[in-house]
Design a protein around this ligand. Structure first.
Ligand SMILES: Nc1ncnc2c1ncn2[C@@H]1O[C@H](COP(=O)(O)OP(=O)(O)OP(=O)(O)O)[C@@H](O)[C@H]1O
Ligand SMILES: [Mg+2]
Length: 262
């Protein structure tokens, strides 16, 4: 199915006197990798917080599959099919990789506490399914050999893979990734790019925030550029990387020159 999956209309966010996001309009199409780039503090993470209900909007509307989601709570938005990762990786440190992937599924699963305590056949069946799904997810994110260790023992790149796995555990239609390769070394970046492209192939739409331009420009279908909370450009990677405003406020001359040479 094609068409608009998520639409933001005139979205703004004020923090006291600071307008962190200003009259922002964008549409994410089903099946694409849509990227949001821009300098530090330009409102990228705030935009994710508004879409996922972690912060209320000051103005504007957000709809998902033509349903208004403005004002809903994060767990309600998650149940509708939007999942996210965080700029600073957040994992359940006391649990194993596999347990993390079981816990991740609880965001969307309905299960009554009473049926868990009583150990009803239905609850036991759901637990079994959750465990099977966790094994599948571990395989998919490339951590099948590290299932029984705590996330803290994993290298940075693998921790990022697991945080994506946690978000995938709710089986989202739209996955928001906040700097998925931030702080990761060159060798580990390859595995993350491979994972992101496999997620898109599996039918999940992706919205990506990333500073690493080699990643953004290679895997995105469309890019928007924020500066001081405002959208200053939108288009294909080639279009935005040649845009004068974007070069001036973010990419810089050096980047543009390296693009011209290559
Ligand atoms: N909860 C908050 N309370 C007050 N100000 C905030 C809050 N969250 C973000 N801000 C401010 O809003 C602006 C946008 O921040 P945001 O985190 O969205 O930027 P960003 O584009 O994600 O930057 P980075 O690339 O550094 O992650 C910044 O000036 C930031 O200090
Ligand atoms: Mg950010």
């Amino acid at each position: 199915m094609s068409g608009v999956l998520l639409q933001a209309k005139g979205v703004s966010k004020d923090f006291g006197g600071l307008r962190a996001v200003r009259d922002l309009n964008f549409e994410i199409q089903r099946g694409e990798i849509f990227s949001i780039i821009g300098p530090n503090g330009s409102g990228k993470t705030t935009t994710f917080n508004l879409v996922t209900g972690f912060l209320p909007v000051t103005g504007g509307e957000i709809s998902f599959k033509e349903d208004q989601i403005t004002g809903l709570k994060p767990f309600q938005i998650c149940r509708k099919g939007i999942a996210r990762t965080f700029q600073r990786t957040t994992l359940f440190e006391r649990n194993t990789v596999l347990e993390n992937l079981v816990i991740g599924q609880r965001a969307t699963r309905e299960s009554s506490i009473l049926s868990c305590i009583l150990g009803s056949p239905g609850a036991r069946q759901r637990e079994k399914e959750a465990l099977e799904k966790a094994h599948e997810l571990a395989e998919f994110i490339g951590l099948s050999r590290q299932k029984m260790i705590p996330p803290g023992a994993l290298p940075q790149g693998a921790q990022k893979q697991l945080s994506i796995g946690l978000a995938l555990a709710s089986a989202p239609e739209l996955l928001l990734l906040d700097e998925p390769v931030g702080g990761v070394n060159m060798e580990e970046i390859g595995a993350l790019i491979d994972l992101i492209t496999r997620i898109r192939k599996s039918g999940t739409t992706i919205c990506l925030i990333e500073h690493k331009m080699s990643v953004v420009m290679n895997i995105s279908d469309r890019v928007i550029v924020l500066s001081y909370g405002e959208k200053i450009a939108e288009g294909s990677p080639a279009e935005v990387s040649q845009n004068e405003k974007v070069i001036k406020s973010y990419l810089g001359e050096r980047y543009a020159a390296s693009r011209r040479q290559s």
